[in-house]
Design a protein around this ligand. Structure first.
Ligand code: GRF
Length: 214
């Protein structure tokens, strides 16, 4: 499966995907890393891994989001991309683009959706007093941070956590979760039915956990 990774910044999830793709049995390869920011650190990670990169800078299309997204669409299609993975891509996508990649575009979000959509998820989780937080990989739909959920990882919120320590714990989980979700899709094991993702094949049920532990 040819994957296009859309980035805007740090690129730690991209690095996790690059590492995952190195395994001989991983069913996906990165066909293009596409950034809307020419100075994104993610582009350097891609280049050092020898991956094809492209920059479509939204500032080159002032007041014309359609043209900006058409340029991205062209780059992705030109690279033969079959699945678009948003990995810290910080532009909201228009309905036509989301429709064009319907069921072929996924995102990773740093919360257990549907809780804490949007920004500052770690700070909001601490303020809400939840005992578990985490991350979600989901298909992209018109509404931000909505769409059929492929996989989630939960991490405990610990008494001394601040937003940074919690973000670090979630990020480690993201780096395991995104490759897992892409593996399931690449192996053709996911089907979307009635807004839910069904996964074929044997999947061990994780044990229940409590926080505080008992
Ligand atoms: C991650 O926390 C991801 O969940 C969110 O943006 C962040 C991107 O981080 N969508 P990185 O660029 O992959 O390091």
């Amino acid at each position: 499966m040819r994957v296009g990774v859309l980035v805007s910044g740090r690129g730690s999830n991209l690095r996790a995907l690059i590492d995952a793709c190195a395994a001989a049995d991983f069913p996906a390869e990165i066909a293009l890393v596409l950034s809307n920011k020419p100075d994104a650190a993610a582009l350097e990670h891609a280049a050092s891994a020898g991956l094809p990169t492209a920059v479509v800078d939204h500032r080159d299309f002032p007041g014309d989001k359609q043209r900006f997204e058409e340029a991205m669409d062209e780059a992705l299609r030109g690279a033969g991309v079959q699945l678009v993975c948003l990995a810290g891509f910080m532009r909201l996508l228009s309905p036509w683009f989301v429709d064009a990649w319907h069921d072929r575009m996924i995102n990773i979000h740093p919360s257990l959706l549907p809780s804490f959509k949007g920004l500052d998820t770690h700070k909001r989780a601490i303020e809400a007093g939840v005992r578990f937080h985490g991350c979600t990989v989901h298909y992209v739909r018109l509404e931000m941070d909505e769409g059929p959920i492929v996989a989630q990882a939960a991490v405990p919120v610990l008494p001394d956590d601040d937003a940074d320590s919690l973000a670090g714990r979630v990020l480690e989980a993201e780096h395991r979760l995104y490759p897992l979700a892409i593996r399931l899709i690449g192996e053709g094991r996911t089907r979307i039915r009635d807004g839910r993702v069904l996964v074929d094949g044997p999947l061990p049920a994780p044990p229940p956990v409590t926080n505080p532990a008992c």
